[in-house]
Ligand binder design. Sequence first.
Ligand SMILES: *[C@@H]1O[C@H](CO)[C@@H](O)[C@H](O)[C@H]1NC(C)=O
Ligand SMILES: *[C@@H]1O[C@H](CO)[C@@H](O)[C@H](O)[C@H]1NC(C)=O
Ligand SMILES: *[C@@H]1O[C@H](CO)[C@@H](O)[C@H](O)[C@H]1NC(C)=O
Ligand SMILES: *[C@@H]1O[C@H](CO)[C@@H](O)[C@H](O)[C@H]1NC(C)=O
Ligand SMILES: *[C@@H]1O[C@H](CO)[C@@H](O)[C@H](O)[C@H]1NC(C)=O
Ligand SMILES: *[C@@H]1O[C@H](CO)[C@@H](O)[C@H](O)[C@H]1NC(C)=O
Ligand SMILES: *[C@@H]1O[C@H](CO)[C@@H](O)[C@H](O)[C@H]1NC(C)=O
Length: 782
Amino acid sequence: MEKSRRQQRLAFILLFGLWLPCCFTQTTPSNSATPTPTPSPSPSPQPRTEKLKVRLAGYPRKHNEGRIELFYKGEWGTICDDDFSLANANVLCRQLGFVSATGWTHSAKYGKGQGKIWLDNVLCGGGEKSIELCKSRGWGNSDCTHDEDAGVVCKDERIPGFVDSNVIDAHVDENKIEEVRLRPVVAMAKKKLPITEGVVEVKYKDGWAQICDIGWTIKNTRVVCGMLGFPHERKVNKNFYKRLKKRAAEKLPRPKVNVSAGGRLYLERQKNYFHIHSVACLGTEVHLAACPLEFSKANATSACTGGMPAVVSCMPGPLFMQNSGLKKKLKISSNVRLKGGSRVGEGRVEVLKDNEWGTVCDDRWNLQSASVVCRELGFGSAKEALTGGRLGQGMGPIYMNEVKCVGQERSIWNCPFKNITSEDCHHMEDAAVRCNIPYMGLENTIRITGGRTRYEGRVEVLSVDSNGTQSWGLICGESWTTKEAMVACRQLGLGYANQGLQETWYWDSSNVTEMVMSGVKCTGSEMSLSQCQHHKTVSCQKAAAKFAAGVICSETASDLVLNASLVQQTVYIEDRPLHMLYCAAEEDCLSKSAAKANWPYGHRRLLRFSSQIHNIGRADFKPKAGRHSWVWHACHGHYHSMDIFTHYDLLNANGTKVAEGHKASFCLEDTDCQEGVSKRYECANFGDQGITVGCWDLYRHDIDCQWIDITDVKPGNYILQIVINPNYEVAESDFTNNAMKCNCKYDGHRIWLHNCHIGDAFSEEAERRFEKYPGQLNNRIS
Ligand SMILES: *[C@@H]1O[C@H](CO)[C@@H](O)[C@H](O)[C@H]1NC(C)=O
Ligand SMILES: *[C@@H]1O[C@H](CO)[C@@H](O)[C@H](O)[C@H]1NC(C)=O
Ligand SMILES: *[C@@H]1O[C@H](CO)[C@@H](O)[C@H](O)[C@H]1NC(C)=O
Ligand SMILES: *[C@@H]1O[C@H](CO)[C@@H](O)[C@H](O)[C@H]1NC(C)=O
Ligand SMILES: *[C@@H]1O[C@H](CO)[C@@H](O)[C@H](O)[C@H]1NC(C)=O
Ligand SMILES: *[C@@H]1O[C@H](CO)[C@@H](O)[C@H](O)[C@H]1NC(C)=O
Ligand SMILES: *[C@@H]1O[C@H](CO)[C@@H](O)[C@H](O)[C@H]1NC(C)=O
């Protein structure tokens, strides 16, 4: 009896093992910040002392520096600066997930903490895995005050795979489960990705382990699906798999089985083949390793008596769904969004309230809350919960703080949180997420070649002919712009597009392929080039390889945003005498009719306002042109580094421009910066031009050309629109916030602006209402 059952299982394992020519893995990074002890001989979950949590606090802090706080015995407290050293800082920075420390601070540089001073006279050697292991006076034993709170400055480089949270608990360290994959069963293994159903396999040490399904619950399935990038789980047709198992046993009667081959294969597999069993997830875990589970070592055969390998089925989010009928049924959240991320499923978290988008403050931001956001947007669980504005800062309101999701909530809006004002929190503390997304293989269907680094090159696309032969081919450079390059860089997993190139003759062309694609037109938000429009048949005027499309990608990018409320507050009309406008005329800052004026007599009517342009991204904004090509403007006495930096326009009801501001080119510099950021760019004296992250460039209402010439405009309702970097000339992480719009009422004498807002700040509904404004007659100004 026992023997035949073994036989049966052997056949079954063979079946599942042999069916699959290939499989797809979804990698989740290893989560341990510190090297972990090797598993004990019987590594079943055991009660463990709570892991020490460490965080950065205070102000002005960044994601990689701040006051050190330790969570011990249920309470956050600080460390006194007596005897503090770089060695201590190194230990703390590594515990926080950074590779090392670059400095430390004393005397409460980031402000005084509260509560306990947990440690004093800390003396680390530098190599300790945790601050707990360093010498000190002992927990809570200190003669300091909070005036002496210590801080650290960490090198801004993460330990690879470090998860930015304290949430994944001890089990990760013990079990070291890193990856999970689904092995589809042959009958259902469609070619199409993503794979949504199959046998769960877990990477354990050097091998792949299956999980015994006895006691398996849908909650376990939820965790597995989340790790693989799917928001929801589905019930598996268990009978189907039972029948398969039975049939497998029947179809392979003993005489016909090549026992030696099968047996050998089985044994080979057994080498690193551990069965996992008794998995008992709550369903809120972001990683299987966080669930209680047990390993049965070596003897996989007896480990799952009466059971079979666990099989799961997941429901993909709409972005990853092949069936468009289902797509419509599955709605993703409309009051939460991700902004500024370079990859699909990552970005700053923004939430919609009263028709306006705002951000989330990072206090207590963790993987549970981040996962709720990820799942409601159609992704899996969260891979990282990022703090400290690490994926760029927002500009508008901050709505939530101390979000505390359990993990089962349908939306972040259903989680407990605190209301907040901009006094309690700054955009420097904006929360962000990186979500698990399903493996689609998109990065394997294009490649870049010829460049000097792995971030640049000619773009090549993979095509498969009717015989199934694969070949690579180039893309026609005509009409290739930053938008298309953005999609290519995203698809390659190389971040943002620094540039989209229409000519690539200066790169190595020893292996160039044929041109196979032309007329590519993307909106910029696609996941892959195949989702963009392109010509049916290749049509390229300059078909030589040197005119092939190229990209330069970058992990970081700037993000420019205009301060909308400042425009609204500073607007006025000036009738400026022509004799004061010679310089402006020379720089094309007046409308065409000015040419016919009776110079120097008369005046022009100007709509004036101040512009404050912030860089809230992750890289400095620098003009594309090198200083050798900057143009000296004698009239204003400075160099212009970009031809077209902004558009200032007044639009009527049908979107027609009634007054076009000049296409202003500016002299870019840091006028001022956030606390703790120093200025770097200065326009004067042929200085370096640009805008540093965290700084802004201010164009006061009273400087020349900072206006729209409305001399020819009739009284009425209009929309004032300002667009920064309108031609995508310089890379930004987000172009949807480059336009600023206001309702504008002009009665022939005075002018009012209201509802000034950044292009992506309102809900769609509010934006539609806003756009109707010029059509409204006799609109009253409230
Ligand atoms: C069993 O399989 C091995 C390897 O595939 C092969 O060499 C051998 O001839 C097979 N034996 C029988 C009896 O089919
Ligand atoms: C595996 O389990 C079976 C049945 O319980 C037992 O007969 C066998 O000796 C075990 N093998 C090893 C290597 O422990
Ligand atoms: C937050 O403020 C809103 C009103 O703006 C109120 O309805 C809500 O109850 C408040 N929530 C909390 C948690 O205080
Ligand atoms: C497909 O294969 C056949 C036979 O090898 C060959 O004649 C034909 O040219 C191939 N077609 C393509 C598109 O490569
Ligand atoms: C060109 O192709 C050959 C053969 O595939 C390869 O060895 C060589 O490295 C390639 N050269 C470049 C510059 O990619
Ligand atoms: C925008 O301008 C307003 C009005 O001058 C000012 O109060 C506010 O601080 C500015 N916003 C930012 C982010 O600097
Ligand atoms: C747009 O409106 C203006 C008047 O406001 C009108 O002269 C013009 O013909 C309209 N253009 C279109 C395309 O409807």
